[in-house]
Design a protein around this ligand. Structure first.
Ligand SMILES: NC(=O)c1ccc[n+]([C@@H]2O[C@H](COP(=O)([O-])OP(=O)(O)OC[C@H]3O[C@@H](n4cnc5c(N)ncnc54)[C@H](O)[C@@H]3O)[C@@H](O)[C@H]2O)c1
Length: 435
């Protein structure tokens, strides 16, 4: 019956956690004709949606307004409403704690809340990135505390999220979605749910396989980024431009995929998810050597960049101690306003530790929000020729498209570029140092 309800779009879809993953997903379900309930513990998010306002830059207010006006959307902090949903999709954070261990507290809290309101014939799907086994070893026992039995009374699946915020080529709807469950009904129901909104659904035999798929994808990125970061350091010592080499290698039509060096890893996924596997692998007496090595190289990158800043200042008879540094870009990648795990945070810490006075500019982040580990009281500096001239060095950490790199290089005293953002610049090239 649940399967039929989903296929006919008569089921009500609840989405728990309305962040970067949950909000676009909720909108996709609404736009495909489902009735939906969005849940979040943050009342500000709820009132923003109700007021037809956005809190994620690449999700338009027009889209939110249309969803609210559809009369098929309810958003709430009232979790008793979970009972009304037929399908409950969970997209809550999965960070690391201060000892770099998985922090499953959000999944555990959400599962405990769902367990209070779960009823027969509901499907629960976890989307948060996590170690293989979380759905069956952590979520299932908590949900069963309700007295209902998995695969008899309620259904449970895992479907990893592949959201790439602000990617112009792919959106939630057009990225194929993997779905895994340990029984046929859960898998069929979860597949039907995503089939209704997403271009392609890829079923796998277990939730553990689906959980591991997400980790493999992000470990692949972390390891390859580390490889190219190591190449950058080696080639720099040899006075070979790594960017030119990557460009040339990319012309090979098979067997090569370009990855790009940078000031370090950022975002909620790539720096974090691999260590979820490291933690779980220990239970099986296994070491994750590639993950550790990649982590070591990528973690070193901000230190390498600061060394390059020091070398660049040295050519002007200056030192980091006492210099004024303007960092361009606070977000972890270009053209987004998300600064979770951004390498800029680490760059500020190291530069300030070495005695620099640091400011930043980011057209999308007017003041630094509090994030895991860091709370800087800083406001974005206006990017004017006068302001640029005041700094001993301008450090490009994030290559936002809106930056006028010609203007920056013309007026800055010295530019350290970690992203090859200045490749097309014609004026002031002699001031550029790649890092
Ligand atoms: N951001 C991405 O691009 C991305 C991509 C792929 C996978 N993921 C994964 O998806 C998951 C969610 O990430 P995100 O970026 O959307 O996080 P986020 O921080 O943007 O959003 C999470 C939301 O969950 C809410 N929340 C926290 N505890 C809750 C609770 N107990 N009940 C209800 N809501 C609660 C928060 O208020 C927040 O609005 C993570 O596991 C992440 O690794 C994220």
């Amino acid at each position: 019956m649940l399967l039929e309800k989903i296929q006919n779009k008569n089921s009500i879809v609840g989405v728990v956690g309305l962040g970067y993953v949950g909000l676009p997903l909720l909108l996709e379900f609404i736009e495909s004709g489902f009735r939906c309930i969005g849940f979040d513990v943050d009342p500000q998010k709820i009132s923003k949606i109700e007021g037809r306002k956005t809190y994620i830059r690449h999700i338009s207010e027009k889209r939110i307004a249309k969803a609210v006006d559809s009369d098929r959307l309810e958003v709430t902090t009232d979790f008793t409403r979970l009972t009304s949903a037929d399908c409950i999709v969970v997209a809550v954070p999965t960070p690391l704690d201060k000892h770099q261990q998985p922090d499953l507290s959000y999944i555990i809290n959400t599962s405990e809340t769902i367990a209070q309101y779960i009823r027969k014939d509901q499907l629960v799907v976890l989307e948060s990135s996590t170690w293989p086994g979380t759905t069956m070893e952590v979520m299932k026992p908590i949900l069963e505390k309700s007295g209902l039995k998995y695969a008899e009374d309620f259904y449970l699946a895992f479907s990893p999220e592949r959201e790439d915020p602000n990617n112009p080529d792919f959106s939630t709807k057009t990225i194929p979605k993997v779905v895994g469950a340990n029984d046929d009904i859960s898998r069929d129901c979860a597949k039907a749910l995503y089939d209704a909104v997403i271009v392609q659904t890829v079923p796998v035999s277990t939730s553990q396989a689906a959980e591991a798929t997400k980790l493999l994808e992000n470990i692949f990125r972390s390891v390859n980024i580390a490889l190219v970061n190591e190449m950058k350091m080696i080639l720099d010592r040899m006075d070979i431009d790594v960017w030119e080499v990557i460009g040339a290698a990319s012309t090979k039509p098979f067997g090569f995929m370009p990855f790009y060096p940078g000031p370090g890893l950022g975002g909620h996924c790539i720096p974090i998810d691999p260590f979820y596997l490291t933690w779980k692998a220990k239970e099986y007496d296994m070491a994750t050597r590639f993950i550790e090595l990649a982590g070591e190289v990528n973690t070193y990158m901000p230190y390498y960049v600061v060394d390059k800043v020091g070398d660049a200042l040295n050519t002007r008879n200056k030192s980091i101690q006492g210099s004024k540094v303007l960092i361009l870009g606070a977000a972890y990648k270009k053209d987004i306003d998300d600064m979770r795990e951004s390498p800029t945070l680490k760059l500020i810490e190291i530069l300030e530790y070495k005695g620099a006075h640091v400011d930043y500019n980011d057209p999308m982040i007017s003041c630094m929000p509090k994030v895991r580990k860091y709370q800087y009281d800083m406001q974005s500096i206006d990017l004017t020729p006068e302001n640029l001239k005041k700094y001993d060095v301008v450090l490009i950490s994030t290559n936002h498209s809106s930056y006028d790199y010609d203007m920056i290089c013309e007026h800055a005293n010295l530019v350290v570029d970690t992203r090859n953002a200045t490749k097309g610049v014609t004026k002031g090239r002699e001031k550029i140092v790649k890092a």
